[in-house]
Design a protein. Structure first.
Length: 512
């Protein structure tokens, strides 16, 4: 008959007995997003589980190489050199330290007791580490109420330290993301402000009646969502005008989405505009179209005169019903996008030829802006040239065109309009070594445009210009007096935009 051996009766395993409490505390720590509250909770629970007088968490400031308390049960905040004390020793070793009598240990930093008013006896310090094993702080408990901290206490402390480490790391990540998000928001605001400034009406250069009319229309429709049709020859600045319409409107904080209708193959235009659903063809992934991209903002349809009749019919339906259907889709999607369209074609002639839908034409043309060709506004050429010289000259190497060279540019017909003029100015700045650009520096085709007729025109122009400027200055002064220096009222009296008035006032020295 075998004798049964009884298991030796020893100290109960604290971890097994309190496993439920430990898991509950760990879950509470891991599920909280407020770091201070989390660490205060962890300190309270650690002191309860370990039957200690006090628990504290110290965070390592890597830049200053200091420990500072973010949470302790008594609310005391402490900051000290991270090389000092038992906290510094635990951080340096990366291991838990358990000291039965702190005052018998030469590593103990007594000044902490002086600052807090505590009397440290037994102490246990666990390092807090991130996922890469780097120390990010320490977690400590002081003064075991009965006896000193034993091995079971050490194991329990290690488990709690893992949860606290995760909480600190998560909080730091959240703080970094919030900070980055704040920085991105500030950068986004700055970029929007810069873009709005770049594409404001002030960047539509010119004082001719035609350009002033364009600026005035843009300002008048700034608070509306009317569709706009921009017409004019290639190179007259239709895209710049479309951007000015958007960035001067109430939709300026929303997206401006542009599509060149002439550059998209007929087979893809519907997908580009309306998007496509998954599975329409093998390997096709779902994708939203330009109308959805521009929702709440502005959709710029450049070269709309090149759209097929089929595509025109689909756009007309969107403008009528304010909904779209993706290619291969069945559900309708509401759309709130303002349409700004542009073309260098005469759409009325295209309608007569059967190439453009008349009903779409009138849907697009709620407001029409016609961009003048450069040959029709020669008086604006000096201002536009100065703008491009300032834009393309290097800092400290500002160049200037002579009066004769400017006169030549004014007599040239500019078939490529403003785009051709900018290209010419860039060419002159790059290839002319002198600061003053003369007639001889101009391309031959532009020089050949200067003849007797051009010379006479220049003389007449400057004689007439002086008289017009004198009359214009007097009219502005009278209008300012009549409106008691109210610029908005003055601009209305003179039939100018406010910015046009300000430009003229600056020109005549009427701005204090």
């Amino acid at each position: 008959m075998r004798t049964a051996h009884k298991k030796p009766v020893g100290k109960p395993n604290v971890l097994n007995e309190r496993l439920g409490e430990i898991l509950n505390v760990s879950n509470m720590i891991n599920n909280s997003n407020d770091l201070v509250t989390t660490l205060k909770f962890a300190s309270d629970e650690a002191s309860n589980l370990l039957n200690a007088q006090l628990a504290s968490v110290f965070i390592l400031d890597h830049d200053k190489h200091e420990f500072w308390s973010i949470a302790s049960q008594d609310g005391t905040r402490v900051r000290f050199d991270a090389r000092l004390g038992l906290a510094g020793a635990a951080a340096a070793k990366g291991e838990l330290i358990n000291v039965p009598d702190a005052h018998e240990d030469e590593r103990f930093y007594r000044r902490i007791d002086e600052q807090t008013g505590q009397r440290t006896k037994s102490i246990m310090v666990a390092p807090l580490k991130n996922s890469e094993g780097q120390v990010i702080g320490t977690f400590q408990v002081l003064n075991k109420r009965k006896g000193t901290f034993d091995q079971d206490d050490e194991e329990l402390m290690r488990i709690l330290a893992v949860s606290v480490s995760a909480a600190v790391q998560k909080s730091r990540l959240i703080d970094e993301l919030r900070q980055r998000n704040t920085e991105l928001m500030k950068e986004n605001i700055r970029l929007r402000r810069d873009v709005s400034k770049e594409f404001s009406t002030q960047n539509i250069i010119g004082e001719s009646p035609q350009i002033q009319s364009v600026i005035r229309i843009i300002e008048q429709i700034s608070d509306t969502s009317l569709n706009v049709l921009i017409t004019g020859e290639s190179g007259t600045g239709k895209e710049l005008t479309a951007k000015a319409i958007h960035y001067n409107s109430t939709r300026s904080s929303e997206p401006l989405v542009a599509i060149n209708c002439a550059a998209i193959p007929e087979s893809l235009i519907e997908t580009e505009l309306f998007g496509i659903e998954k599975g329409v063809a093998t390997g096709v992934e779902p994708r939203i179209g330009k109308f959805e991209d521009a929702d709440s903002g502005t959709l710029f349809l450049d070269e709309i005169g090149d759209l097929s009749l089929s595509a025109q019919a689909k756009i007309l339906r969107v403008l009528q019903e304010r909904v779209i259907q993706r290619v291969g889709g069945k559900k309708t999607i509401p759309i709130n996008a303002r349409i700004v369209a542009a073309t260098n074609k005469n759409l009325e002639s295209e309608i007569k030829k059967g190439n453009f839908r008349e009903d779409l034409y009138y849907r697009l043309k709620e407001i029409q802006i016609n961009m003048p060709s450069l040959r029709d506004i020669p008086e604006d050429i000096p201002l536009i040239v100065k703008h491009f010289v300032d834009k393309h000259s290097k800092k400290g190497e500002m160049k200037k065109l002579s009066t004769g060279a400017i006169d030549c540019l004014m007599n040239y017909q500019w078939p490529g309009n403003v785009r051709e003029l900018e290209s010419t100015v860039k060419h002159l700045i790059l290839l002319t070594p002198r600061k003053i650009i003369n007639i001889d520096d101009l391309p031959e085709k532009i020089r050949n445009a200067q003849g007797k007729k051009g010379s006479l025109r220049s003389v007449q122009k400057f004689m007439l210009k002086d008289k017009i400027e004198k009359i214009e200055k007097e009219m502005i002064i009278e209008a300012l007096e009549a409106s008691k220096n109210n610029q908005i009222q003055t601009a209305k009296l003179l039939g100018l935009s406010r910015q046009g008035l300000i430009n003229k006032m600056k020109r005549y020295g009427l701005v204090s």
